[in-house]
Ligand binder design. Sequence first.
Ligand code: SF4
Length: 406
Amino acid sequence: MPFCVQKCRYCAFLSFEAEGSPRKEYTDALEKEIKLRADREKENGTDRPVDTIYIGGGTPSVMDISSMSEMVKTLKRSFDVVPDAEVTLEANPATLGRKDGVMLAKLQAYRFMGINRLSMGVQSMDNDRLHYLGRIHTAENVTRDMDIIRRKGFDNVNLDLMFSIPGESGDDALRDLDKILALGPEHISCYSLQIEEGTPFGEMADSGELIEVSDEEDRETYHRICRRLAEAGYEHYEISNFAKMGVDPDAPSPYRSQHNSLYWNMDEYIGLGLGASGFLNGVRYKNTSDLDEYLSALKEGRLPVAEEHLNTAFDNISEAVFTGLRRREGIRYEDAVRAYLDTDDLQLKYPVSAEEFRDLFWDIFDEAEEEARSYAERGLLIIDSEGLKLTETGIDISNSIMSLFV
Ligand code: SF4
């Protein structure tokens, strides 16, 4: 849903100001795309149950309720959505309505649609920093929204926190985090601000008007955030993601994002909408990012795909390691090799031992092994009999380590 109330100053995402944008034409086209995609899967015999739906943006909560409801109905009629599917909606603060009654009605409508998880782009709990970022909301909006969201019975809420905002100290970021923790979300995503070219912040950085936070300070704040969240009972299950622990402290948190976990597990997903990406039947594809082209493709009854690429066996294992290393558990040799061989039932056909999976893995990544082991000797990577994972300090140079396997 590529529409927002206004563009944030750091935003390089595909989004347009909602006012004056062809929102109705867009949702009509999106519904056509949903049906076309579902029909194609059925014709090919590759349709399968849908376990998660993620309605992201942009700001989906700026869409009117009737368009959203039609879209969700079309999804449910077109695909076999399992009854207990995780259905997430990105709902930015201050976009749910001005009056309590309106907000409650909108949230009730979301519940009727089957939306059972909300993700709020809070970013900061400091009004000066929110204003600087170009966000439309205040810290008070966040507190009020959370109160109403809870009153409507949503019990799975993610809040996004941004850190390393220019002018913000590590202590400031920790204060923001404490305010977010006080709201008791089940899930918190923490990201450092990236200054992107082509955004107002990018131009300010070029002209020297904006001074980026140094890498050292950024990493120090990140580790302080990780420690604070661990103390508060959140499981650090992915580089940027933290989920509240359930009753069993040794079990994975029940609040891990099932949808995002699917990306990190190399599972397949259908991307729908302007600029959306998908991974389906071994093919990675990307829809056009040109709104006119998107609308006219669907008017002509064509899928709006702009690029597609059939993954090779090496693409599969490389992506499995790359995404797997983002998770706390890391990547197991067995899972990586299964991605390479594109099979789930290897063990049934030919019993393969853990040692053989390990040897197969390092045979494929022969050239990376020496450097990977040197990272392990420096305490940045753990390589054991099952697989590999980053250490807390290894996360700081995760891109360098991951690039060994690309
Ligand atoms: S709300 Fe999100 S998508 Fe919209 S402009 Fe701001 S950062 Fe970009």
